[in-house]
Design a protein around this ligand. Structure first.
Ligand SMILES: Cc1cc2nc3c(=O)[nH]c(=O)nc-3n(C[C@H](O)[C@H](O)[C@H](O)COP(=O)(O)OP(=O)(O)OC[C@H]3O[C@@H](n4cnc5c(N)ncnc54)[C@H](O)[C@@H]3O)c2cc1C
Ligand SMILES: *[C@@H]1O[C@H](CO)[C@@H](O)[C@H](O)[C@H]1NC(C)=O
Ligand SMILES: *[C@@H]1O[C@H](CO)[C@@H](O)[C@H](O)[C@H]1NC(C)=O
Ligand SMILES: *[C@@H]1O[C@H](CO)[C@@H](O)[C@H](O)[C@H]1NC(C)=O
Ligand SMILES: *[C@@H]1O[C@H](CO)[C@@H](O)[C@H](O)[C@H]1NC(C)=O
Ligand SMILES: *[C@@H]1O[C@H](CO)[C@@H](O)[C@H](O)[C@H]1NC(C)=O
Ligand SMILES: *[C@@H]1O[C@H](CO)[C@@H](O)[C@H](O)[C@H]1NC(C)=O
Ligand SMILES: *[C@@H]1O[C@H](CO)[C@@H](O)[C@H](O)[C@H]1NC(C)=O
Length: 526
């Protein structure tokens, strides 16, 4: 009997496999037919469906694919890509995908770290919201309705066109899609003053598994809570957000100061840990670090840039820095006053005087292959700990294009309770750490093993029980458990702490059949 069992499973496995393949070839045709038949206007829906036969299929697939790691031939491809132009087309796709057992991956800006918005191991369609990007600003009430397929850059630009005194505290990187970014939290340079993007959402339009269009009132407060930090893709499809715009001064001050290890960088970073999370909430001092060859010594070193955004003028900034962070030696020459929208352009690494219109160009920055991870520091890291971290960046082959970003919290982030949204890293988190390794081409080693070793090294210096991580920097190394038991003992509490169980309860109510799923989607409780 002992020998028979695996053999039996093997046969069963082959049966299931071949049955699957058989079903899926028919399924494709049935799905298409279903979509055409169930749509109000079959002409217009057929104009937004891309089959692998279509000459535009690959370019549509790759346009919003921001991690080139998933461009390889072996990466599974969607059966169809659908780029709906209205809500009814999405409702039709939900209906037919359910009926024919095809998974949906919803894509807004396509920045998912693990490619989850455009890669699945199961037969799937991509619902690409690139055509749903309208933005309506109401300066009177300081609110806006924005469709999920719009980018942050499009939103920031639209706000600036209407007002010099309003802004939005979303991400730094202009090309992020509002569907993924806001539903995963979303931090930017104004988080210490106004919190996350998700903290500034006041209503939403959403399509659930029944294909019904809901708003805040009809979805209820639990689901509305879940999609503001719990990730939209576990629950349904976000069509649009109503957001609160925030006041920004006519002139903000931007500065960027670079220091290397030879310029006392370790000491400055050590002090930064005590200052940046506590300083006035008008001031953000983010640190970006690279491994570089020092042009003077010819030796490898670490170069950090302290990138600041201050919601005020130069004089007040200089007084504040002189008082609280003299070690960095900020001078008037290091600072530039500009409009908020100009600071957004610079924040997205456009430093050659590009006009704000660059924010509308989704392809203005080159793409790479990358792997990222995140941590939260709950206490300052010792000088020895920092020196050990630098060692990893000394490895010139594996860390040649590695980046380390330290993002201080405090201010408004501390004032919002842990349970107010699914994003729990509030009071007690000094700063977030992002590790990123970037390379050309689609091969993966040795960079991924390098970043894993680095992550292991950092374990004793950062938050633990759970070791927290940021959902928008999702990392499948944290576990890919599909069941409640697996998720709750691995990635669940890492992203959400005590909010995980509430997310599970919401999921169980709104999508009990677990139709909206991926490798790290919220499981149902049964
Ligand atoms: C270069 C780069 C810079 C970044 N900078 C920042 C930053 O400054 N601040 C920050 O907080 N984060 C940043 N991120 C992380 C970013 O916020 C997340 O990757 C975010 O999920 C991207 O949203 P998207 O719509 O572009 O991605 P997508 O890949 O389209 O979506 C991400 C996830 O959300 C789901 N989703 C997308 N749209 C919808 C929808 N309409 N309804 C339901 N589910 C949906 C997808 O299915 C997927 O699971 C950065 C990422 C990259 C690659
Ligand atoms: C259907 O859509 C096509 C293309 O968008 C349009 O030309 C046509 O007028 C629409 N027909 C109806 C009945 O709405
Ligand atoms: C590809 O698909 C688009 C959208 O459905 C359609 O407009 C176009 O005619 C198709 N092209 C080819 C070559 O099939
Ligand atoms: C693609 O084209 C092939 C041959 O031209 C055809 O057999 C197949 O049905 C087409 N597939 C789809 C999804 O249109
Ligand atoms: C990497 O990408 C290139 C070009 O897209 C492709 O030719 C090559 O086969 C890919 N390599 C792998 C291992 O998939
Ligand atoms: C580094 O610190 C030492 C001691 O505090 C100081 O004398 C020196 O000038 C600093 N070097 C630089 C480049 O700032
Ligand atoms: C550069 O590195 C070499 C080897 O580690 C060392 O001997 C030398 O002193 C360094 N040069 C400078 C200017 O730091
Ligand atoms: C967007 O930027 C890319 C890269 O710089 C450029 O080639 C392209 O022409 C730009 N597109 C528009 C519409 O300006």
């Amino acid at each position: 009997m002992k020998l028979k069992t695996p053999y039996f499973f093997l046969i069963l496995f082959f049966l299931v496999l071949s049955a699957d393949q058989f079903v899926s070839t028919n399924t494709n045709g049935d799905f298409l037919e279903c979509v055409i038949h169930n749509s109000d206007n079959s002409t217009s829906i057929s104009q937004v469906i891309y089959t692998p036969n279509n000459s535009s299929y690959t370019s549509v697939l790759q346009f919003s694919m921001n991690n080139l790691r998933f461009r390889s031939l072996s990466t599974p491809k969607p059966l169809f890509i659908i780029t709906p132009v209205d809500e009814s087309q999405i409702q039709t796709v939900v209906h037919c995908s359910k009926k024919h057992g095809i998974e949906i991956r919803t894509r807004s800006g396509g920045h998912d770290f693990e490619g989850l918005s455009y890669v699945s191991q199961l037969p799937f369609v991509i619902l690409d919201l690139i055509n749903l990007r309208s933005i309506t600003i109401d300066t009177q009430s300081a609110t806006a309705w924005v469709q999920a397929g719009a980018t942050l850059g499009e939103l920031y630009y639209a706000i600036a066109q209407k007002s010099r005194n309003l802004g939005f505290p979303g991400g730094v990187w202009y090309a992020l899609g509002l569907g993924g970014h806001i539903s995963g939290g979303g931090y930017g340079a104004m988080r210490r003053k106004y919190g996350l993007a998700a903290d500034n959402v006041i209503d939403a339009q959403f399509i659930n598994v029944q294909g019904r269009i809901l708003n805040r009132k009809t979805m209820g407060e639990d689901l509305f809570w879940a999609i503001r930090g719990g990730g939209g893709s576990s629950f349904g499809i976000i069509l649009s957000w109503k957001i609160k715009l925030v006041p920004v001064p006519e002139k903000v001050t931007v500065s960027s100061i670079a220091r290397t290890l030879e310029q006392n960088l370790t000491k400055i970073i050590h002090k930064w840990q005590y200052v940046a999370p506590k300083i006035h909430k008008d001031l953000d001092i983010r640190v970006l670090m690279f491994s570089v060859i020092d042009p003077i010594t010819g030796n490898r070193t670490i170069r950090a840039t302290f990138e600041t955004l201050f919601l005020g003028g130069i004089d007040r900034l200089l007084r504040l820095m002189e008082l609280e962070f003299p070690e960095i030696g900020l001078t008037r020459e290091d600072c530039t006053e500009m409009s908020w929208i100009e600071s957004v352009v610079i924040g997205s690494s456009f430093t050659n005087g590009e006009p704000p219109e660059i924010l509308l160009n989704r392809t203005a920055m080159p793409k790479n292959s990358f792997k990222g991870k995140s941590d939260f520091a709950t206490h300052p890291i010792s000088v020895e700990g920092l020196e050990g971290l630098w060692e990893f960046y000394n490895d010139k082959i594996e860390a040649g294009m590695a980046l380390l970003v330290l993002t201080p919290y405090g201010g408004r982030m501390d004032e919002i309770p842990e349970s107010a949204t699914p994003f729990p890293q509030r009071l007690g988190s000094l700063y977030m750490i992002e590790y990123l390794v970037v390379w050309d081409g689609n091969e993966t080693s040795p960079h991924i093993s390098w970043i894993r070793r680095l992550y292991n090294y950092m374990a004793s210096y950062v938050s633990d029980s759970p070791r927290a991580a940021y959902l928008n920097y999702n990392d499948l190394d944290l576990g890919v458990g599909a069941s409640y038991a697996e998720a709750s003992s691995s990635w669940g509490p890492k992203y959400f702490k005590n909010n995980f169980n509430r997310l599970v309860n919401v999921k169980t109510l709104v999508d009990p059949g677990n139709f909206f799923k991926h490798e790290q989607s919220i499981p149902t409780s049964f």
